[in-house]
Ligand binder design. Structure first.
Ligand code: ATP
Ligand code: MG
Length: 635
């Protein structure tokens, strides 16, 4: 029996049991039947969480781009691999077939080689969501160079930090980028960053906005003329299973970003397998993940996972609000999208605009909806379910991390019954554990604790670039022989998991542990509330008290604030308990977010404690003006 494609709940349980009883046998079967290897492994798995060291498919040889591209050429050569949807809806979309993708990746790979890039070299990619981004990622993988994609919304200093940390030899960028009605001078940002970086020898520049930019002689080259003369053949570099594929820095919600290192074989097997099952991708489907390739979601579920399955994957250059808030739905209708994967922050922003935009578009192609990045609150979940999926498209609430490489806790579409705010069940092969403060595993259901994983899975990060000790300290020191996720979770009566927030953000009030997600969830139920974040601040009697930052929907902005405060606390009392009532509620124009759209509670906590002299690493902060506004009101 092939376990590659799970179709119903009973099958999930059956395959899950098999995968945890005998992981080596299980993953060997998946790897053997569904991927292309130059040489098979000698050993499926060896691991030791105390070092920590994990190796999957040791001894195997492969190239991930052969799996993503070459092997599809006979059967799917003319199938669209990538649909590029530009920022401006008037510019036509581009359909890149698997054959064309092959040629473009090979050309690009040959340009990299010509510029002296070799196996193991680090290449920083700082590009907007244009085809060259996916192509350059794959070109690096083709020749065994380690890509480090930096989201093209980061500042020069954030870019420089990342280039220096991984000692990149090259930067790939574009003259500029389009983002809604704005253009951004990307090359200028790169130039500024490179003033501080001495490892970079060359900069390749794609022409996206036709702007006149400065090119430094001997360092900077326009890409197009080089690609034009490059050959469309490039033999793939034969990689070992555990050779690094890429470095990617975490979002920086909790502190200094970490350069997570992912390796080749295990990452490929796990991202492909999760993609196929979580989203139930079928051959003719069009799949769209709205993330940027600068985040792990884009790496695993725009590029590698979909392409490994021969899927059609959309890359969208723009933003949900341009030219108006109907853009996502226009794209869904235009390309007849079947699977749509986005983040709670986007859902809340769209919900804030009402349903008029949705009603103008035919969304009947949608079969599966996904969410990732933060806990999704119940109201947003229902809005998504009712208005986007029309109650017919299951929502897969996928919990995972940059460190995990692939989706870890999630429903399998059509198989797992969904439950709002619950990521539900561990994916095949994943063994979660909830731990108490004393380092003991909490067994049974209807319990909550710190979320750990007790057995290796193929796509886990192997180290932090250049700092294995930090890797060990961050993930393997808190609990013996377990990977610690940093998140808190509860397990309900049937064994479903709900992520309650980051453990760092858990607030202890009068001796009770309170996760942020359930309380924010209650606040967000209020019809006038758009978004909220809670943090703790010191309190003489309770130890800690709760401070809520709340943004209102436009319709709620004229409401009496004192009444709103009462109503919000009433909701919290009903849904969580009086212990979780907020001592302070501040209405704000917005919340500080990371560039990937996550609420940064650590900054809000500092403000609530009036400790604003040092806000910590703010290089990943999207909206400093909001922080300033909130501070001005408090101080
Ligand atoms: P940093 O580790 O640098 O602080 P980050 O944790 O935001 O940044 P990511 O790896 O992008 O970086 O995000 C992973 C985190 O996002 C998870 O640990 C979890 O807190 C949150 N998360 C992701 N998906 C979900 C989900 N479906 N439900 C709840 N939380 C989620
Ligand atoms: Mg994290």
């Amino acid at each position: 029996m092939s376990n590659y494609h799970i179709k119903h709940l009973e099958e999930y349980y059956q395959v899950y049991r098999k995968s945890v009883r005998n992981p080596e046998v299980f993953w060997e079967e998946i790897a053997e039947e569904h991927f292309m290897w130059r040489k098979k492994w000698d050993n499926v798995l060896s691991w030791d969480f105390t070092k920590p060291e994990v190796k999957w498919f040791e001894g195997a040889q492969l190239n991930i781009t052969e799996n993503c591209i070459d092997r599809h050429l006979y059967t799917r050569g003319d199938k669209t691999a990538i649909i590029f949807e530009p920022n401006d809806p008037k510019e036509s979309a581009e359909h890149i077939t698997y054959k064309q993708l092959h040629d473009r990746v090979c050309r690009f790979a040959n340009v990299l080689k010509e510029k002296g890039i070799k196996k193991g070299d680090r290449v920083c990619i700082y590009l907007p969501m244009i085809p060259e981004l996916a192509i350059s990622v794959l070109a690096c993988a083709r020749i065994g160079a380690i890509h480090s994609v930096v989201f093209a919304g980061f500042s020069a200093s954030a870019l420089a930090t990342r280039i220096k940390d991984s000692e990149c030899k090259m930067v790939i960028t574009s003259d500029g980028s389009f983002r809604g009605s704005k253009t951004i001078d990307l090359k200028g940002i790169v130039d500024e960053a490179l003033d501080e970086c001495d490892t970079v020898q060359n900069v390749l520049v794609a022409n996206r906005i036709d702007s006149k930019i400065k090119m430094k002689e001997g360092r900077d080259y326009w890409l197009e003329p080089l690609l034009d003369v490059a050959s469309t053949d490039c033999e793939p570099e034969i990689m070992n299973a555990e050779d690094p594929l890429f470095i990617l820095y975490t979002s920086g919600s909790t502190g200094k970003p970490k350069g997570m290192v992912h390796t080749t074989a295990g990452y490929m097997v796990y991202t492909a397998y999760t993609f196929k099952n979580v989203f139930q991708y079928r051959e003719k489907d069009v799949y769209w993940c709205t993330a940027d390739i600068g985040w792990i979601t884009g790496h695993s579920y725009i590029v590698y996972g979909p392409l490994c399955n021969g899927a059609t994957t959309i890359m969208f250059e723009g933003v949900p609000s341009y030219p108006d808030f109907g853009r996502f739905w226009e794209i869904v209708e235009k390309h007849k999208v079947n699977q749509f994967y986005t983040a709670p922050t986007a859902i809340r922003a769209l919900a804030k605009e009402g349903v008029d935009h949705l009603e103008k578009h035919d969304l009947s192609s949608l079969k599966v909806l996904g969410t990732v990045g933060e806990p999704i609150n119940e109201e947003a979940w229902h809005w998504y379910d009712d208005n986007v999926g029309k109650k017919k498209a299951p929502i897969v609430d996928t919990w995972w991390q940059t460190e995990t490489g692939g989706i870890m806790i999630t429903p399998i579409a059509f198989a797992t019954p969904t439950k709002p705010t619950y990521a539900t069940l561990p994916f095949i092969g994943i063994q979660p554990a909830l731990m108490d403060e004393n380092g003991k595993e909490i067994k049974g259901n209807q319990v909550d604790g710190r979320l750990c994983i007790k057995f290796p899975w193929p796509s886990m990060a192997r180290t932090i670039w250049g700092n294995h000790q930090r890797y060990k300290d961050t993930y393997f020191a808190a609990f013996e022989n377990k990977y610690f996720t940093g998140d808190g979770a509860l397990r309900d009566e049937v064994g479903y998991y709900r992520i309650t927030g980051r453990v760092d953000d858990v607030i202890i009030v009068s001796g009770h542990n309170l996760g942020t997600a359930p309380i924010e969830d209650a606040i967000n139920e209020h019809p006038a509330v758009a978004e909220s974040a809670i943090v703790g601040f010191p309190h003489d009697i309770k130890g800690n008290a709760l401070y809520g930052y709340v943004t209102l929907k436009e319709t709620g902005e004229s409401r009496n604030h004192d009444n709103l405060r009462k109503e919000i606390n009433q909701l919290i009392t009903e849904q969580v308990g009086p212990i979780a009532k907020l001592d302070k509620i501040q209405f704000t124009a917005g919340l500080p977010k990371t560039r990937s759209g996550k609420i940064m509670r650590r900054i809000l906590r500092k403000i609530a404690c009036k400790d604003t002299s040092n806000l910590g690493d703010t290089s990943t902060l999207l909206n400093p003006e909001i922080v300033k506004g909130i501070m001005d009101e408090v101080l």
